[in-house]
Design a protein around this ligand. Sequence first.
Ligand SMILES: [Zn+2]
Length: 301
Amino acid sequence: MAEAQGAREAERPAAAGDGLRCRACGSPGRPLFSKRGHRFAACDACGCRFVTGATEPVSYDESYFERADVNGYADYRADRDLLLENFARRVRWLRPFARGTRFLDAGAAYGFLVRAARDEGFEAVGLEPVRSCAAWARAELGVEMLSSTIEGAAIPPASLDVVTLLDVIEHVGDPALALRCIRRWLRPGGIVAIETGDCEGLLARVCGSRWYYYDPPQHLTFFSPASLASLFERTGFSAPLGFGHLGRAVSVRNFSFQLGRALGDGILGEVCRGVSRSPLGTLRFSVPDRGNAFITAARAS
Ligand SMILES: [Zn+2]
């Protein structure tokens, strides 16, 4: 996930997202609202939404995943079984589109998707810039991990059949650059699969600026199915092969932690954080993705 910051595209003289320029297509954006000191804009050319201008660097170290600060996740690894289940469902969704088994998960964090893909028969490797996360994945899950950002990765051209970006593209400061890199890694007919929030979905429309995906500075670029299709077209991919709303199992621990973040420092936020730390935190439930998030895939064209 740490490729989010400072991405540069060779043909652009300035950073994507500078001023009101769209991070995904470079067109002028239209101001929307401000949140936590960050300005948001909409791009009428490609349909995406984005955080404008330069943003402070996000430290995607272990604390991001281990509740040591206010960002990120509550004890990510404690949800191991849930994560493996959720990722296995995503691997099974994309499998019918894959024409080979060489699989790379970009923004792999602790490697749970890599393990799920391997368990489903893929030759899977993870790409994760946080070295301690990659080391944990190697030691605890026995998976192969590369430590790099997307832009910095030394991956041979035309060497992969599947690349996944699950809950990652919203972190990416220059999504067109990331997809062009991935396009080069794919063999002809290879696919990229992306899962992210739907900024035109029902929940985003109801919540407005309070939608939890609007989470600067770690989330910078926001897509709908149509705006992601537009990005595919501009970066050497086919039209979307399909869309899925796979839902996900979540723990009370992580859900209440995230709700506490959204509610802030008040009493309700404290209650949520208390629930997160309590024995109730080990309970789990399922949330639907329809109206909030989607997965899609496109083929290298
Ligand atoms: Zn745009």
